[in-house]
Design a binder for this molecule. Structure first.
Ligand code: A4P
Ligand code: MG
Length: 188
């Protein structure tokens, strides 16, 4: 059962980062709706949303389409398990189907960081174990929290991002203030 979030106690809240991805359907619309749904869920207060990037698929089937990726910085009084439950509810509301690992998806919401919380279970790993290996994650993360220190690696997000190799065409910024306008379709 979810309790209401009391944002007045913000000194107790944790910096929380969520990665948002989509490569199926009306990608930009689903991404915007995800930002709204996270804000409305009250599982966190949304502080910043990254630019929107189109990215080449990493892993999964050869024929899957390009992704849109972004990241969101919030502050939350919830623990990581509660936030993940909310993110799964939002994915389900966007017809997310889990068939192929790393396969095409209408909406993927990954909890990257939840303060200094470290969890390693079958259902939840936080910090997300692959976040620092992927430019499609770290470039948006650096838009919203470049100086945040990774709780287990002890390095800032910008330091981790700068170590990643750049593949030609792996990532392009396609929009800045994309989350502000929730009415446009997939034409960022
Ligand atoms: N799970 C565990 N920890 C977490 C967490 N921190 N956040 C569990 C979210 N979920 C977490 O996830 C599989 C299981 O991971 C869930 O049961 C959840 O409880 P999923 O979303 O069903 O499946 P997935 O996303 O296909 O698997 P996975 O391993 O999370 O994939 P990744 O690592 O997220 O990669 N290429 C580009 N360009 N852009 C992308 O966004 N995404 C992926 C997925 C692959 N390639 C991509 C992109
Ligand atoms: Mg996922």
């Amino acid at each position: 059962m979810r309790r209401p979030l009391d944002h007045r106690a913000s000194d107790l809240s944790r910096a929380t980062i969520v990665a948002i991805g989509s490569n199926l359907g009306d990608r930009a619309r689903q991404m915007r709706q995800a930002v709204s749904a996270i804000a409305e869920s009250q599982c966190m207060r949304v502080l910043r949303v990254s630019r929107l990037y189109e990215t080449a698929p990493v892993g999964g089937p050869d024929d899957q389409g390009a992704y849109l990726n972004a990241a969101l910085l919030g502050e939350s009084l919830f623990d990581a398990r509660q936030i993940l439950d909310t993110l799964h509810d939002i994915e389900a509301a966007h017809d997310r189907e889990r068939t192929i690992r790393w396969g095409p998806r209408t909406l993927d919401l990954d909890l990257l960081i939840c303060g200094d919380e470290v969890v390693s279970s079958a259902k939840l790993e936080v910090p997300h174990p692959r976040m620092h290996l992927r430019r499609f994650v770290m470039v948006p993360v650096c838009d919203v929290a470049p100086d945040l220190v990774h709780p287990t690696l002890g390095r800032t997000m910008i330091e981790l991002m700068n170590e990643l190799p750049v593949e030609p065409g792996d990532l392009n910024c396609v929009a800045d203030n994309w989350a502000a306008n929730k009415t446009e379709s997939d034409t960022p």
